[in-house]
Ligand binder design. Structure first.
Ligand code: FES
Ligand code: FES
Length: 767
């Protein structure tokens, strides 16, 4: 039964009428339009994105019943003083503590309580303030540095942030689910309850009789196979999100369970150089091993969301996916109408948003109803529907001579691609590229099998990571067998461009003692980045780019390159949402190179911007320089992670950008090696946030990232840092626990315990 509650919200008295138990987050966002408060893992209370201050104390609103706000004072970042907001935004911008920015406003709000102390907070106070929060992009080091900077006594030791950064940090830049259009209907999804079976029927009678103008649309036909737990079966639209979700819960799906299908080979990639077998069998020293890697989820904090609305004779779809043009073409072909896609920055992706399930559902429902339709998947739904990194089993053998010079290596990696493997060929091509050492005789075979399980895709590191992990472990085994220093064996065999990183790692390794893991990684850069400049006013240039903003600081890189190319002030450039009618198909190349070219074309046109209003200038980048990273992970005497240092090629990137990407990438690698996993529970994926192994701030070690001049144009990158850190962490675990450690994540290790992994019953977890 609904009731009415009054409370103070950012200085104004508000009244709401709702179910007393309705989560405060729902009421704040949907009734009061407070979209700066984010719904990350809602309603699980695990990520901190929904934090507000209630009577000055941080509270998670996704688990807080609205009735408990009655008579209280609720503060969001919007009513923190301008001085405090500016100080915090400046500090977060200075340390690059916001990447995708989805977690950031809530963290800044919690940090404001520390700023209010009027003194430098203790480490313990910082840990307590950050305890509810999760950040998937940064690795927390830059966030803690930002808090320290903001709370340092005296004048602020940083400059005012630029407008774009301030908008991200203070939560003023919208995400897809923050967009509102009049007359919008809300959608919810109905997912398969079993792992394998045949859909017999869907009974929507009860749901259709519920309040809110409920309509149920069946998306999978009766008689069709159900291929994984959580597969999309039907969708519901209703007047509000909560009514849609309630109706979706009332839809009954009759699925006849069937045995799991046998996995069958789907795709294969082979790399062969020289003749491996004779070299392996004749070598003085030989090492072999087999390692398994669990399936991992990207765990982006922003829920998969989409808004679709009629436009002309077709549809306009707002997405936070990867590829505006590609998605527009795909949806247009599926639905038979013209579709335009506008891409907003995503709240973390790491490659996971390529599948665009929410967009497809919202578009279909909008076309069916003729109304705008908004869909935001709950976090568990997203975990079941989006692609994940495939589990894999990788076997390797390698051989060296008495000096430690590598003679041959053979690696076989078999990926469990699940029911649907997205971009399998691309992932396999990247897997066979995952060796960063010179080998005269090398064979890498990567196979992907289709079978039971959730969809998989080319997430950050998905292909090359298992190969790199096994090769680094083989190097350590060979070094030990041949009595060669682990740095010596790497120095003898690393690709030449990695040498500067390795020598810095070697120097750093001498600073302390203890079990050590070291790893190098080189990955080919992406290509196809395109930047389109449109002169929209005498003092304004709109910037669009086909590389999505996925939390990698794209917008900052674009503007920095444009200022360099044109000499125009940075406020001239307004980075706009990419529109499929303007940008090329999605790519992953270097945006700064494309931006510099577009800026140079603009500068070459000469004259004032006034004379160029309406003109367009396009810049395209070819193959990007390689990404290089090296990582050292040192364990303490107790086997806990004591230090993580990551070294990356600086390239032409802003060093602060390179550093922040490397820190965040290394944190993800640490998580993959020690904690991250999508556990299986009775044949279905365990999709609750707390079981996915995301690292929390308190126990994540400080990560020191160092960009280095390496000559040439190679650069650093989050993916290279992720792979190097995962391999180095696993190597450190083996150095402490012994070679019996043969599984990632190494949840039973002391290193895992030191970052908060606990083994509970049959489902290991962290946090
Ligand atoms: S803790 Fe509330 S949305 Fe995650
Ligand atoms: S910046 Fe924290 S989740 Fe992206």
């Amino acid at each position: 039964m609904a009731d009415t509650f009054s409370f103070s919200l950012d200085g104004a008295t508000v009244s709401v009428t709702c179910d007393p138990k309705a989560p405060a987050l729902e009421v704040l966002r949907e009734q009061l339009g407070v979209v700066g408060v984010k719904a990350g893992c809602s309603p699980q209370g695990m990520c901190g994105c929904c934090t507000v201050l209630v009577d000055g104390k941080p509270r998670l609103t996704c688990t807080l019943p609205t009735k408990s706000l009655a008579g209280k004072t609720v503060t969001t970042l919007a009513s923190v003083s301008d001085e405090a907001r500016l100080r915090l935004a400046g500090a977060f911008a200075t340390t690059h503590a916001a990447q995708c920015g989805y977690c950031t406003p809530a963290i800044v709000l919690s940090a404001s309580t520390l700023l209010a102390l009027g003194r430098a907070p203790t480490d313990d106070e910082v840990h307590r303030a950050l305890a509810p929060h999760t950040c998937r992009c940064t690795g927390y080091t830059s966030i803690k540095a930002a808090i320290g900077l903001a709370c340092a006594p005296g004048l602020a030791p940083f400059e005012a942030p630029d407008n774009a950064s301030a908008e991200v940090i203070l939560g003023l830049r919208p995400f897809v689910d923050d967009l509102h259009r009049p007359g919008t209907l809300h959608a919810a999804v109905v997912l398969a309850p079993v792992s394998h079976g045949t859909l017999l029927s869907i009974d929507a009678a009860q749901a259709q009789g519920m309040p809110g103008n409920v309509r149920v649309i069946q998306l999978k036909a009766d008689g069709q196979p159900v291929r994984y737990a959580g597969e999309l079966l039907a969708a519901v639209v209703a007047d509000t999100r909560s009514l849609a979700r309630a109706a979706a819960a009332a839809v009954r799906c009759d699925v006849e369970a069937t045995p799991a299908p046998t996995a069958v080979p789907l795709a294969r990639a082979v790399r062969r150089e020289g003749t491996v077998e004779p070299a392996l069998s004749q070598a003085r020293y030989r090492a072999e091993l087999e390692i398994s890697l669990a399936a991992t989820d990207a765990v982006p904090l922003e829920p998969e969301s989409a808004l679709a609305l009629p436009e002309g004779g077709g549809l306009l779809v707002y997405s936070s996916g990867h590829d505006a043009r590609g998605l527009a073409e795909r949806l247009g072909a599926e639905l038979g109408v013209p579709v335009r896609v506008v891409l907003l920055p995503s709240g973390g992706s790491y490659g996971a948003r390529a599948v665009a399930v929410a967009e497809a559902v919202a578009a279909k429902l909008s076309l069916t109803t003729g109304s705008p339709v908004s869909l935001a998947l709950e976090h568990e739904e997203g975990t079941r529907l989006r692609a994940r990194r495939a589990a894999s089993v990788v076997t390797g053998a390698a051989a060296c001579d008495e000096d430690g010079r590598l003679l041959a290596a053979r690696v076989n990696v078999r990926f469990a691609g699940g029911a649907t493997a997205h971009e399998a060929e691309r992932m396999l091509a990247r897997a066979i590229d995952g060796c960063s050492y010179h080998l005269p005789n090398l064979e890498i075979i990567a196979e992907l099998h289709q079978g039971p399980g959730s969809p998989t895709g080319p997430l950050r590191g998905a292909g090359p990571l298992p190969v790199a992990v096994v090769i680094e472990a083989l190097l350590d085994q060979l070094a030990s067998a041949a009595g060669v220093d682990p740095f010596r064996i790497r120095a003898l065999n690393a690709l030449p461009e990695l040498e500067p990183l390795l020598s810095s790692m070697h120097s750093a390794s001498a600073r302390s003692a203890g079990p050590l893991g070291a790893a190098l990684f080189r990955t080919a850069g992406g290509d196809g980045a395109e930047v389109v400049l449109t002169v929209t006013a005498p003092d304004e240039v709109e910037v669009q780019c086909n590389v999505p903003e996925l939390g990698q600081g794209r917008d900052r890189q674009l503007v920095e390159a444009l200022v360099r190319a044109t000499g125009l002030p940075e406020e001239t450039f307004v980075v706009a949402w990419a529109d499929s009618s303007v940008v090329a198909a999605g790519a992953d190349g270097p945006v700064d190179v494309a931006a510099f070219q577009a800026g140079s074309a603009l500068a070459a046109a000469g004259g004032s911007l006034r004379a160029l209003v309406g003109r367009r200038f396009v810049g395209r980048a070819g193959q990007a320089p390689a990404e290089l990273a090296g990582c050292l992970v040192r364990l303490g005497d107790d086997g806990g992670v004591a230090a993580v240092e990551v070294f990356v090629a600086a390239g032409e990137q802003d060093p602060a950008t390179a550093r922040s990407l490397a820190e965040g990438g290394a944190a993800m690698g640490l998580g993959i090696a020690l904690a991250e996993e999508v556990p299986d529970r009775d044949g279905a994926p365990e999709s609750r946030f707390r079981y996915l192994g995301t690292l929390k701030s308190k126990l994540t070690p400080r990560i020191v990232a160092t960009p280095l001049e390496v000559g040439g144009s190679a650069r650093g990158g989050a993916e290279a840092a992720t792979v190097a850190a995962a391999a180095a962490t696993f190597a450190a675990v083996r150095a402490f626990e012994g070679a019996a450690s043969d599984r990632l994540p190494a949840k039973a290790s002391r290193a895992a315990a030191s970052v908060g992994v606990r083994i509970r019953g049959s489902v290991p977890a962290s946090g």
